[in-house]
Design a protein around this ligand. Sequence first.
Ligand code: DGJ
Length: 398
Amino acid sequence: MQRSPYLWGIAAALTLGCIAGLSAGAAENNVIRPGEPWPDNHGVHINAHGGGVLYHAGTYYWFGEHKTAGPSGNLANVGVGVYASTDLIHWRDEGIALPVSDDPGSDLTRGCILERPKVIFNAATGKFVMWFHLEPKGGGYRGARSGVAIADQPTGPFRFLASIRPNAGAWPRNAPPDQQRPLSPAESALVASLDLKGGPVPGFPVDLIFRRDFAGGQMARDMNLFVDDDGQAYQIYASEDNGTLQISRLSADYLRPAGDYARILPGGFNEAPALFKHGGKYWLITSGCTGWAPNPARLAVADSIWGPWTTLGNPWNGPGAQTATSYDSQSTFVLPIAGAPDAFIFMADRWRPDDAQDGRYVWVPVRFQLDGVPFLEWKQTWDPTAIHAPLPPINHSP
Ligand code: DGJ
């Protein structure tokens, strides 16, 4: 009988657990404990914040921001960390996949801001491609750029290729013709007079910012990657001073924006986007824009990745006090489980801005209502090796 990758995963995990002598926390009982310290194979709390997971050749690779102690630990002092696992519980520290640069002239210089790294594999080129939110050192969040890096192996080393603002010189495919023009002097003056800080403000000029940024490229802060069934990859990012998300098709080699993008939920102030596909529909979980502080998560659905997108409210099911903060978490990724078409893990961060490296991870299984709408429920502990069997869809009342 052929063993499923799932069973191989368990066997490997048991071996790994014994070898590593895991002794505490999440790994101890072969369960995930959302919000608790999560020791790696050295017994050290996993350091991969704002992360995402790539499944490749039987192994899961968890990439994330390697933070350091204290508030300055939110700056990129080290780089992007990577961990490997076959069972999603026991993670082996594979080191720093993309280190920051010692070159003060590089946008990736130590002390920049590097957030929400995501990695995808390009089958045609055989390369691993990493995209991340990049803010050059000393500029706060004004840069709103995307970084791109490439590697031959999933654990790196990744080579930094570019720091860009996506889609310079291209109009969104869903912008009406009368909006496909640069700002007039009066419109420019209006936008310049506003104090835009990344959150909603009265009179926010919903349809002006992308026109302002036509020539130089669109702002891109919180971001994610998504590879569709046809191998086409997309970057989704909080753009337009966080007012509007944009989704942007990548070139065939995944290294550049293809210049084909759409505005999503204009004026909705969504960030932390996590996109997945199930039941023929595209599902998007986001948060509102409140800095490191948690807020109610949001769910949206579309039949086409280009929209139109319909908002469906907070996907968290539970007591109001907890769902109001999404159980003190903010989305970072939805992980499809290999070989289990109905199984997904929702991944979120519980930020600790005053001691960044102590940030925690909130991972829960995605469940589905009878009508196919996904929702999230808190779990004290749970076993991801059982998730290959789809959870029964149920009707829940939000
Ligand atoms: C919220 C974002 O989701 C995080 O990635 C980070 O950029 C913080 N804001 C910074 O305040």
